[in-house]
Write a protein that binds this ligand. Structure first.
Ligand SMILES: [Zn+2]
Length: 129
């Protein structure tokens, strides 16, 4: 992007030099075309500045978005066999969260089935705890 601005600035400088040279030329059409060219390049420079500004805004929005997504992904804390939120909500299945980024609440297992694990994931059937 920087090199485009540089080349437009160079073009504007060249047009200014042409305008200096044209002082010795008594051709109205040449001067008109040169004036049009200067206006055109100034407009291009302005448009490019807007695009650069927009680009910077989009980049910062994207950074914010990536950041917020990163935060929501790391809000679970692993304890013993499962994930919990920092407010101790849980447990959530570690297998489902690690593989699919899904927060699946583990169901408590009661009775003699509890020997295989006190909790069971309703999604992947994983027993743990
Ligand atoms: Zn699971």
């Amino acid at each position: 992007m920087h090199s485009v601005i540089t080349s437009i600035n160079n073009a504007i400088t060249l047009a200014q030099r042409l305008r200096e040279i044209s002082k010795n030329i008594e051709d109205a059409e040449f001067k008109n075309v040169l004036a049009d060219l200067s206006i055109e390049m100034s407009d291009t420079k302005l448009a490019l500045a807007q695009v650069t500004e927009e680009n910077a805004e989009l980049k910062s929005e994207l950074t914010k978005l990536k950041h917020s997504r990163g935060e929501s992904q790391s809000d679970l804390i692993f304890k013993e066999f499962a994930y919990y939120t920092d407010s101790d909500d849980g447990p959530f299945c570690s297998g489902c969260y690690d593989s699919k980024k899904q927060k699946i609440r583990l169901s408590p297992v009661t009775g003699h089935f509890a020997t295989f694990g006190r909790f069971k994931c309703p999604s992947c059937e994983q027993r743990c705890g």
